[in-house]
Design a protein around this ligand. Structure first.
Ligand code: SF4
Ligand code: SF4
Length: 93
């Protein structure tokens, strides 16, 4: 179950591959599709492994990708107020 999600702004990508290289859980691969500039943007091949750490976003020189944490939607549905996880854990080193 994914604890995070990743969004890719395909048209900004220049296919440097940093996000693919630095993702700790190997969520990403460069796709075979082209964007309008002729680059191959990444896509999530293992979205379930995304932790939302946003390392991809930190390394991307073009602000074309970002990761974010998501709350457990089942827990949220079961009891929104009970599933309080109000943190911005930025243990970024
Ligand atoms: S780091 Fe950014 S520019 Fe480089 S491949 Fe990933 S999304 Fe594209
Ligand atoms: S947010 Fe983290 S785990 Fe998810 S794709 Fe980006 S680097 Fe990988």
């Amino acid at each position: 179950m994914a604890r995070g999600s990743v969004q890719i702004v395909v048209e900004r990508c220049k296919a440097c591959g940093f996000c693919v290289e630095f993702c700790p859980t190997k969520v990403l691969e460069l796709s075979s599709a082209f964007n309008s500039k002729g680059y191959h943007p990444p896509h999530a091949v293992n979205p379930d492994k995304c932790s939302g750490c946003d390392l991809c976003g930190m390394y991307c020189p073009d602000f074309a990708i970002y990761g974010f944490r998501v709350k457990d939607t089942k827990a949220a549905a079961a009891g929104a107020e009970a599933s309080a996880e109000p943190e911005e854990t930025s243990d970024a080193s």
